[in-house]
Write a protein that binds this ligand. Sequence first.
Ligand SMILES: [Zn+2]
Length: 398
Amino acid sequence: MAELKPVVAERGGLRLFTIFDIEIRLDFSVVIIFGLIVYSLAAGLFPQWHPEWATGVTWGTAFAAGIMFFASLLAHELSHSLTARRFGIRVPRITLFLFGGVAEIESEAETPTAEFTIAIAGPLMSAALGLAFMLIVSGSLDEQTLAQILENPEEGMAGLNPVMTACIWLGSVNMMLAIFNLIPGFPLDGGRVFRALIWRATGDHLLATRMASTAGKWFGWTIMGIGLWNLLVLKSLAGLWLVLIGWFLSHLASASYAQLLTQRSLSTLRVGDVMRTRFDHVPADVSVERFIEDYLLRSSQLLWPVIDEGRVLGTLSFSEASSVPVAERPRRLVTDVMSGLGSARVLDANAMASSALTSLLQTGDEPVAVVSGGKVVGLIRGSDILRWVMVHQDRTAH
Ligand SMILES: [Zn+2]
């Protein structure tokens, strides 16, 4: 039997390196945020503290501080990930993106204790980093300078060298990250901590998720309200940021609750239970032109198993067939352009529908052949699984 390759989704962004067996990726949105941070430090904050610095020093320090900021975010996510692994949950990769990082923690924590520990590990790391940067500063400066900074920050800062300046900024930013993440609204870390506590108290995971998600929505709306007040009453454009962040958080809070409901209803479902079993085959000796005219255009089926004497050789998709130049279509056979079963993206009938869904949706809802014992037994698209969830929602989503 040909080796069946699982569906591997194409991922955007840049692969940086692997650490502790976890792949670290960079989403391209990070480049924009990195640029904004470096710019705001080099053109705003640092010249304000150190008007005497040469341009090169200012930009160099801002650049280094920006890199260290993303290293801090990575440490935060690694802290979640390594803790999750201690509880037996796999974490294949971490992607740094716009608002920080996402550790792809493969499954939900199984106990409130696990959830609590995994969630709190990130903010604890940020707080520890914040403290460490502050300690570097206080350890390297004499008492007089420290007293001066506490008394009159503006003047005190002026005497600091680039390393100390960056450390002070990194210390406060990491502290802010720790505090912001501990706000008890889902999906922030604090929301997960909050959920774990209610879960432990009531024993009801779904109720705990609903409460944490509601808290997350309130929190998002509050931020939006503060933003609108800033924008309309104080006439400050910074309010626009708050409105956006608030909207984003309240949206995430509802989305993550909906996602949990979907995962729950899918928890026992396998690909074989939900695949389409009514489909047609195309014989191996048919030309691409005849395949398009007599098969593809006469049916809504988008993926066709190619058979020869009852044996499935591979599958031919709508896009594979239509990519053959019109002039060549009469001369080419379907077997020339199909994907062999060994190389095609196929799913095993026994695979869990929930994990298949993620990879299916990442590739634009293209159909994939479902295989069992070397035979094509069905076809499936991500939307088939979503349709199943919709049809079964009344029974499962309470
Ligand atoms: Zn976190």
